[in-house]
Each structure stands twice: as C-alpha cells, then as structure tokens.
Design a protein around this ligand. Structure first.
Ligand code: SF4
Length: 90
C-alpha cells in the first residue's frame, strides 16, 4: 500500500510502513485497489514482490483484518482465505 511516512505516522500505522524504501512509496495508490473480478492485482503483486517488507506487510494486514486493497502481495479475498485457514482446527 502506498502511504508516505508522514501519513503512516498520522494514521498510527506500524513502523515498517514508515520506511523510505517501500516498493509502493511513489506508486499510484489506485494500483493497489483494483476493481473486483479478473486479476487487476497483477501490477500490485509485482511491486510487492520486490518490497523489503512483503512478509511483514502481509502478516500485519491479516492480523488487523484489512479487507480492501493489496497488502503484502495478497488481495483482500486471498487474505480472507488465509484468516479462515488459520482458524481451522488442526
Ligand atoms: S508489501 Fe506491497 S503493499 Fe506492503 S509496503 Fe510493500 S509494496 Fe506496499
């Protein structure tokens, strides 16, 4: 997700989203909110793959229940599936 450090601080987001080397830092945020249906998330996934905090971002998005947008290379639907899997008994 593309948030400049000062916005991350203002919105009380975690420190890793305040880094200056996020792959999405200077990217159009709309890329991370593709329309539903099809796979409009391809470009966002590509950007997330080269980000230094991909895993951290995905864990944060899953744990905090982010529903919209691509975080850590996963769409809201994919993160929902991850949360469902984590809740399943072993
Ligand atoms: S993993 Fe993706 S959404 Fe998360 S900070 Fe990096 S580029 Fe942005």
């Amino acid at each position: 997700m593309s948030l400049r450090p000062e916005l991350a601080a203002a919105h009380d987001l975690p420190p890793f989203l305040r880094r200056q080397d996020l792959a999405c830092l200077d990217v159009n945020p709309e890329i991370f909110y593709p329309p539903s249906g099809g796979d409009g998330a391809t470009e966002a996934r590509r950007i997330c793959r080269r980000c230094p905090v991909t895993d951290e971002c995905l864990v944060w998005a899953v744990e905090t229940g982010q529903s919209w947008g691509v975080w850590g290379g996963k769409t809201g639907k994919e993160r929902h599936a991850i949360r469902r899997t984590l809740k399943e008994p072993l």
